[in-house]
Write a protein that binds this ligand. Structure first.
Ligand code: SF4
Length: 378
């Protein structure tokens, strides 16, 4: 079932590691929301009138918007798309925005899942990453959201951070699993070019990342998540049974999606589109009725690479039969030959037609996927 993604490109302050598209001034917020609603109308046919099963407010920081603004966007979506009765409607939020009043307004606007950017339960880490919230706000907002009846909550944590030692990571995980949330997304810190963190490392004000620490903390994460009854269904994602993110799962299963807002991407199985990553340009184009997107028709090689990368990262793995049906006998034989080497190296395992990463292989998911890509390109 198709999904809708909305990119809300505003943040209170820039986290030191982040390279997403956002602005820290809300000066053009009204114009941007007007443009967003115009884009929803202009793109109403992109998903061929199929009902939406997931809606995802991402960013940036969508929780910076007022409840009324979320309600108006939801009204615009309803005017242009059918939404299934049981649709998952997620909003990414930062703890400092989630007052009781805001939580109630979001709930009333139809948000039934929150993805809260907590990142760490250590003040030292939060300060190091330049997060805008405190540990106390993080703990409080989860309790408040649960009290008002939001019973599908995901929290994000980051590991491998220079200030995060193994003891604190263990504490972070213990706290996360004690909160009664249904979903956990954990990312290993990466240094993106043109971020404050990259600059600080270059100027030697901050140490480089330690790969061994990230690997150790990933191991701790997998062990603790299993002990807490969470299923490891994608490299960075863990959920209680029945609480996999439907939105992300639809990406990994190659369902079509429409992305609205600056820098948002769309996919319809044959092509990919991406909106301009500039708020002024986005607004200007929509004000004259133009869709601010570029488009690339996907080659067979693009589709194959995407199929491998997305499926390999998940617990459902690569279905060799499906691969053969979609990409032909030759691609299938190449896949099987490389997969056999990965099995011999203990990085993949096979069960019937399904090939999955082993625990060891999960540390090298991207590198293993790249081995399949390069063979296709030869
Ligand atoms: S709040 Fe999220 S999107 Fe905004 S700067 Fe921080 S990590 Fe990036």
């Amino acid at each position: 079932m198709p999904g809708l993604y909305l990119h809300i490109p505003f943040c209170k302050q820039a986290c030191h590691y982040c390279d997403f598209h956002f602005s820290t001034t809300l000066k053009n917020k009204d114009e941007l929301l007007t443009a967003l609603k115009l884009e929803i109308g202009l793109r109403r046919s992109y998903l061929e009138n199929k009902a939406l099963d997931t809606i995802y407010f991402g960013g940036g920081t969508p929780s910076l918007l007022e409840g009324i603004e979320i309600r108006e966007i939801m009204a615009e979506i309803r005017d242009n798309f059918e939404i299934t009765r049981s649709a998952e409607i997620t909003l990414e939020a930062n703890p400092d925005d989630l007052t009781n009043e805001k939580l109630m307004a979001l709930h009333q606007a139809g948000i039934n899942r929150l993805s809260i950017g907590i990142q760490s339960f250590s003040e030292e880490d939060l300060k190091f990453m330049n997060r805008a919230h405190s540990v106390e706000q993080a703990l409080q907002c989860v309790k408040d959201a649960q009290r008002i009846g939001i019973n599908n909550i995901s929290i994000d944590l980051i590991y491998g951070v220079q200030t995060l030692d193994d003891d604190q990571w263990k504490k972070n995980l213990d706290i996360a699993f004690s909160l009664g949330v249904q979903h956990l997304s954990c990312y290993s810190l990466t240094i993106e070019p043109r971020t404050a963190l990259a600059k600080m490392i270059k100027e030697k004000k901050v140490a480089e990342l330690e790969d061994e620490k990230s690997v150790r903390q990933f191991e701790m994460l997998m062990d603790k998540a299993a002990d807490a009854g969470f299923e490891h269904y994608e490299i960075s994602n863990f959920a209680k049974p029945g609480f996999y993110s439907r939105h992300n799962t639809s990406y990994w299963k190659a369902e079509p999606y429409l992305g609205i807002g600056p820098s948002a991407h769309s996919y319809d199985r044959t092509s990919r589109q991406w909106n301009v990553s500039n708020n002024h340009e986005y607004i200007r184009k929509l004000m004259v009725g133009a869709i601010p997107a570029e488009k690339e028709v996907l080659s067979d090689e693009n589709k194959f690479n995407e199929f491998i990368l997305t499926n390999l990262r998940t617990s459902w793995g690569v279905d060799a039969e499906k691969l053969k049906n979609e990409f032909g006998a030759e691609a299938s034989m190449t896949f099987l030959a490389i997969a056999n080497f990965q099995i011999q190296d203990g990085l993949m395992e096979k069960s019937g037609n399904i090939f999955r990463l082993t625990r060891k292989g999960k540390f090298y998911a991207d590198r293993i996927a790249a081995d399949f890509f390069s063979e296709m390109e030869d």
